[in-house]
Design a protein around this ligand. Structure first.
Ligand code: ADP
Ligand code: MG
Length: 243
C-alpha cells in the first residue's frame, strides 16, 4: 500500500497542494480529477520527490518511497516531454530498463526481450527505429506506456495519458491498465476526460488544491462536490453524463 500523509507543495510561497492524504491499494486504479491548475501534476511530482515538499510523508510498504523509486513508473504530461529530442522509440523504451541496469552497463539479452515484448504489447514494435518526433500523438503515448512496461514497476503514475490519443491507443491503454491492475499493481491516472475513463477507475480523488472528495464515482460526483470544484458550468454537463 502507498500512503500519502499530509502532503503539501508550495511554489514561491504559494500553495499548490495542501494537506493531501490518501492511500493507494494494490490492484486498484485510482483516478485524480480536477480543473486546470488544481495541483494534479504537482501532487504526483510531490509524491515522487520531483518537486520539494513543504510537508508530508509518502510511504510504500511502510518505508519511505524515496528509497524505492526503482519501483515507480511515471509518464509525465505530454507538454512536459521534449518531442524534438532525437531519440528512437527503442531507446525510449530501453530507458525503462536503466533503473535495473544503470546507464552505462550493457543491456542484457533478457532486457532486450522485455523491451521487445513491451513494444509488441502496445503495437509499436514496427516503429522501433523511428525517432519519437515523427510519430502520431497516440503512438508517442504508447512509446511511454511501453517504457513503463519495460520497467516492470509496481507503482504506475500517468499524467493525462489520454490527451491527444486516437481510439486505438485509448483502447490499448485501457487493456494494459486492466492487466496491470490484475497483476496487483498500483495505478494512479490523472485525467481530464470526464467520459469513459472515469468508469474504469476503482476510486476517484477530486482535487482542487485540497482533496474535495475521495471515493467511488457515485460518491465523488455529487452536485455539491462538482460545484465546489468546477463551478456551475460543469454541473449541467455532469448531470448529462451521470443521469
Ligand atoms: N514550476 C512551477 N512554478 C511555479 N508555479 C507552478 C509550477 N508548476 C505549477 N505551478 C502552479 O501550481 C498550480 C498547480 O499546477 P499543476 O500541478 O500543473 O495543476 P494541474 O496539473 O492540476 O493542471 C498552478 O497554479 C500552476 O500555475
Ligand atoms: Mg497537470
Amino acid at each position: 500500500m502507498l500512503e500519502v500523509q499530509h502532503l503539501a507543495v508550495n511554489y514561491q510561497g504559494i500553495s499548490a497542494v495542501e494537506d493531501v492524504s490518501f492511500c493507494l491499494e494494490p490492484g486498484q486504479i485510482v483516478g485524480v480529477i480536477g480543473p486546470n491548475g488544481a495541483g494534479k501534476s504537482t501532487l504526483v511530482k510531490g509524491i515522487l520527490g520531483l518537486v520539494p515538499t513543504a510537508s508530508g510523508k509518502v510511504r510504500y510498504r511502510a518505508r519511505s518511497l524515496k528509497q524505492q523509486l526503482h519501483s515507480v513508473a511515471y509518464v509525465p504530461q505530454r507538454s512536459a516531454i521534449d518531442w524534438d529530442y532525437p531519440i528512437t522509440v527503442e531507446r525510449v523504451v530501453l530507458m525503462g530498463r536503466t533503473v535495473h541496469t544503470g546507464w552505462l552497463r550493457e543491456h542484457s539479452r533478457q532486457a532486450k526481450e522485455v523491451v521487445a515484448a513491451a513494444m509488441e504489447r502496445v503495437g509499436i514494435y514496427d516503429l522501433r527505429r523511428r525517432v519519437i518526433g515523427e510519430l502520431s500523438g497516440g503512438q508517442q503515448q504508447r512509446v511511454f506506456l511501453a517504457r513503463t512496461l519495460a520497467q516492470e514497476a509496481e507503482l504506475f503514475f500517468f499524467d493525462e495519458p489520454f490527451v491527444g490519443v486516437d481510439k486505438k491507443t485509448e483502447s490499448i491503454m485501457f487493456e494494459v491498465f486492466e492487466e496491470l491492475k490484475d497483476q496487483g499493481k498500483i495505478l494512479l491516472l490523472i485525467t481530464h476526460d470526464l467520459g469513459g475513463t472515469l468508469t474504469q477507475c476503482d476510486r476517484l480523488l477530486l482535487l482542487n488544491r485540497k482533496i474535495i472528495a475521495n471515493g467511488s464515482l457515485r460518491e465523488v460526483f455529487t452536485a455539491e462536490n462538482i460545484q465546489r470544484t468546477y463551478g456551475d458550468g460543469l454541473l449541467l454537463l455532469s448531470k448529462q453524463f451521470f443521469a
